[in-house]
Design a protein around this ligand. Structure first.
Ligand SMILES: Cc1ncc(COP(=O)(O)O)c(C=O)c1O
Length: 304
C-alpha cells in the first residue's frame, strides 16, 4: 500500500492548531500552503502593477485557471469557463435568461443545495418559477427516475446535482442526463460542486449542450470565493443580469439603444455572452479583490 504523506504541504494549518485532527475532505478541510503564497502574490501583484494588474488577471491568471479546469473536465474550449465568487451568482444569471411572460418550468431534485432550494422556493411564492421536484431517495433508482421525468420534456431548465450534498448519491452519468432531455432549447445545468475533483468527469461529448458549475471550496482545495461555470455556446445570449464587463471596450462610447455584449474576434457575441457576462460581473462587486486572490489560489492548487 502506498501512503501519500502530504503533511509538509499543509504546514501552516498544522502549525496554527497542532492538536487538531481534521478529517474533513471538503469545505472545512485544511488549506495547502500554496494557497497562502497565492494570497500574498495577489497583494504583491496589486502593489507592483496597481491599475495594470487587470492585464495580469484577465491576460494570464484567468486563462490559466480556465485551461486547468477545462483539462480536468476534458472540455474542448477553455474560454467557455466563467468565474464568479459563488454559484448563486451564476444561478441568478441563468435564471435571468428566460422569458418573463410565463413561469419558468424547472425540473430538479428535492436534494439540491440551499443556493438553488431557497432561491426557487422564493420565486415559487411569486409564481415566477414552476418546479417539479424528483425525490433523491432512494438513491440507486434516482438516475432512472429523473431521466423518466426529463423525457416528458417541456422544461425551460433542468438543474440537478452531480453528487447530492445530503447523501452522496449521484444523478448518474452527465451524458445520460443530457440524453434524457428531448428539447434542444432546454438549459441543462449540472451542479458539480460535490463532484469536481472527486468524481472523474468527462464533459467532452456534451460540452456543447450542458452547463457545469463548481468551485474551489471543496475538493479543489482552493478555498472560498472562486466558482466557475462551463457554458455551452449559444445558450442565453442576453442575460438580463448584465454585469458591466461584457461591454468592455465599448464603454467609452455613448450607450446604444440596446445593451451590448462582448464580441470577440472569431466568435459571435452569442457564443461568448454568458461566460463573459459572468466573468465580467465580478469587478464591480466588493468581493472582487478576494476573487483575484482566489484566482491566484486556484492557479496554485491547479499547479500542485
Ligand atoms: C452541491 C452544492 N452546490 C453549491 C454549493 C455552494 O453554493 P454557493 O457557491 O452559492 O455558496 C455547495 C456548498 O457549498 C454545494 O454543496
Amino acid at each position: 500500500m502506498t501512503i501519500l504523506d502530504l503533511r509538509a504541504d499543509f504546514s501552516r494549518f498544522r502549525r496554527a492548531a497542532p492538536r487538531r485532527i481534521n478529517l474533513a475532505a471538503h469545505s472545512h478541510h485544511e488549506w495547502p500552503d500554496v494557497t497562502f503564497e497565492a494570497q500574498m502574490h495577489c497583494w504583491d501583484d496589486a502593489a507592483r502593477l496597481a491599475g495594470d494588474k487587470w492585464r495580469l488577471v484577465f491576460g494570464e491568471l484567468l486563462p490559466f485557471v480556465q485551461r486547468g479546469i477545462a483539462a480536468i473536465l476534458n472540455l474542448p474550449d477553455p474560454s467557455t469557463i466563467a468565474i464568479a465568487p459563488n454559484t448563486h451568482e451564476f444561478l441568478r444569471r441563468i435564471l435571468s435568461c428566460f422569458e418573463t411572460k410565463r413561469a419558468i418550468r424547472i425540473l430538479t431534485s428535492d436534494a439540491e443545495f440551499h443556493t438553488l432550494r431557497r432561491q426557487l422556493a422564493r420565486l415559487e411564492e411569486d409564481g415566477i418559477v414552476a418546479c417539479t421536484y424528483i425525490p433523491a431517495d432512494p438513491p440507486d433508482a434516482f438516475p432512472a427516475r429523473f431521466a423518466e421525468a426529463a423525457a416528458r420534456g417541456r422544461y425551460d431548465l433542468v438543474f440537478v446535482s452531480q453528487v447530492f450534498f445530503t447523501t452522496g448519491g449521484t444523478c448518474g452519468e452527465v451524458d445520460a442526463v443530457v440524453a434524457a432531455v428531448p428539447d434542444r432549447e432546454t438549459f441543462i445545468v449540472i451542479d458539480g460542486y460535490h463532484g469536481f475533483m472527486a468524481r472523474p468527469t468527462d464533459l467532452a461529448k456534451v460540452a456543447d449542450r450542458v452547463f457545469y458549475v463548481g468551485g474551489g471550496y471543496k475538493y479543489a482545495m482552493a478555498g472560498e470565493g472562486v466558482c466557475f461555470l462551463h457554458c455551452p455556446p449559444g445558450f442565453g445570449p442576453r442575460p438580463r443580469d448584465t454585469g458591466w464587463f461584457a461591454e468592455f471596450g465599448a464603454l467609452a462610447a455613448a450607450p446604444g439603444k440596446t445593451i451590448a455584449y462582448l464580441r470577440t474576434a472569431g466568435a459571435s457575441s452569442v457564443r461568448r455572452s454568458i461566460p463573459w457576462a459572468c466573468t465580467a460581473c465580478t469587478p464591480y462587486l466588493p468581493g472582487w479583490p478576494h476573487a483575484a486572490s482566489a484566482l491566484r489560489r486556484c492557479t496554485r492548487t491547479l499547479l500542485r
